[in-house]
Design a protein around this ligand. Sequence first.
Ligand SMILES: *Cc1c(COP(=O)(O)O)cnc(C)c1O
Length: 305
Amino acid sequence: SPYESYIAVAEALNRLTPGDHDKKSALFNSGAEAVENAVKIARKYTGKQAIVAFDHGYHGRTNLTMALTAKSMPYKSGFGPFAPEVYRAPGSYPLRDGLSGPDAAARAITLIDKQVGADNLAAVIIEPIQGEGGFIVPADGFLPAIADWCRANGVVFIADEVQSGFARTGAMFASDLFGIVPDLVTTAKGIAAGMPLAAVTGRAEIMDAAHVGGLGGTYGGNPVACAAALAALEAFENDGLVERAQQIEQLLRGRLEPLAAADPRIGEVRGRGAMMAMEFVDPETGAPDATLTAAVAKSAIAEGV
Ligand SMILES: *Cc1c(COP(=O)(O)O)cnc(C)c1O
């Protein structure tokens, strides 16, 4: 007997997330908890255990999600041992790998086939646009090729939209920008305008694989967080926030692209919607320049940004 507001949030998520198949949603407290539950659901549904995550990926700070997260410092260093049966594949980072989307996908799929094997693989989890990794936008065709391979091989495709979801990228979900329909979508951050709420939304037959009572938690979907989510979701839909994010992209590109054209220390301006980044590099080597990045951030703060 859940709260009515829990049902209303679940129905809204089922309607707004990519795809018009039958969906179900379960509510949790944090992005990491949503990711953990998506993995539990995928394992139960497939009867398999291995999970593939990607270079530069970020999925949270609990033990399993630390294992899924790529970067040691600051997220993992000294906090192991980490959960087993997590494997890492190369993603698509056009500035650095120079590969087309299909070529980057083929590289990842070859590695997955050789080092894991589809027979052992429950799920692939990926951020359609990577957040903590540096707002990395994959090359066109990368995500559809990975999603197609998952479908053909009985592997659950999980889109971690905890950071890229809810209008931020100029679409309701970043998956929409790439024309992919994930089997499961994890959401949090924007969902309730800062109140602790997170969700897993996915194909009804996959969500139903978990036995009754198998998923849950004391506070997940509590009525205060659900009320905040219903207000936030209404604003995303009715206050033109998707269009607003597109305007922010135009505004930022109009200022940042001329800067990049004039300054070789700016390696790239990239992103979608309000999720935009500039990558600073050493002009001689093209290597990331962390010192310059920190200096720019510091002076932006000093200027009141
Ligand atoms: C922030 C984030 C998480 C973890 O969310 P928390 O609410 O901090 O646990 C998971 N995945 C992505 C993509 C994130 O950006």
